[in-house]
Design a protein around this ligand. Structure first.
Ligand SMILES: [Cu+2]
Length: 147
């Protein structure tokens, strides 16, 4: 009988550990998905990003459209609202570790802050047709002049 209770205690212990880890993972995934880790003192600027064969289209809040190049300020929060006009693409900024699918009919937010000014390549990480390899854009991060 003593052995049975040890087994039961082990199972309950394991279930508790899994429940705690699952809860932490669930919380973190929700935070990542909703931008919960974003600083709340500054309102992020929303830039629409439309992926299409084989170009990245960026639409700034003032309506300005830019192709294959997007300019943001260092240290400022942005949301790239990502969608696709044709097939599935994926925005991949290798040096910064940002990657998100662009799917027709859906908008997915990519919460982004870049602290270091520079030029970062934007690749398409989803094979989207014969011109897939030409689908390279630039994320240009400039020094914030607001300070
Ligand atoms: Cu693509």
């Amino acid at each position: 009988m003593a052995r049975l209770s040890i087994e039961v205690i082990t199972m309950i212990g394991a279930a508790l550990i899994l429940a705690v880890l699952g809860g932490i993972a669930f919380h973190d995934l929700i935070m990542i998905d909703t931008g919960g880790y974003f600083p709340h003192n500054e309102k992020p600027e929303v830039i629409r990003v439309i992926a299409r064969q084989y170009v990245w289209e960026f639409i700034y809040p003032n309506g300005t459209i830019s192709y294959d190049k997007v300019v943001i300020q260092a240290g400022k929060p942005y949301i790239f609202n990502l969608t696709s006009a044709d097939v599935i693409h994926a925005m991949y900024i290798v040096q910064l570790g940002y990657k998100l699918e662009a799917i027709p009919g859906y908008y997915y937010p990519l919460y982004i802050i870049v602290d270091k000014p520079g030029v970062y390549n934007i690749y398409c990480a989803e094979f989207c047709g014969p011109g897939h390899y030409t689908m390279i854009g630039e994320l240009i991060v400039v020094n914030s002049t607001a300070g």
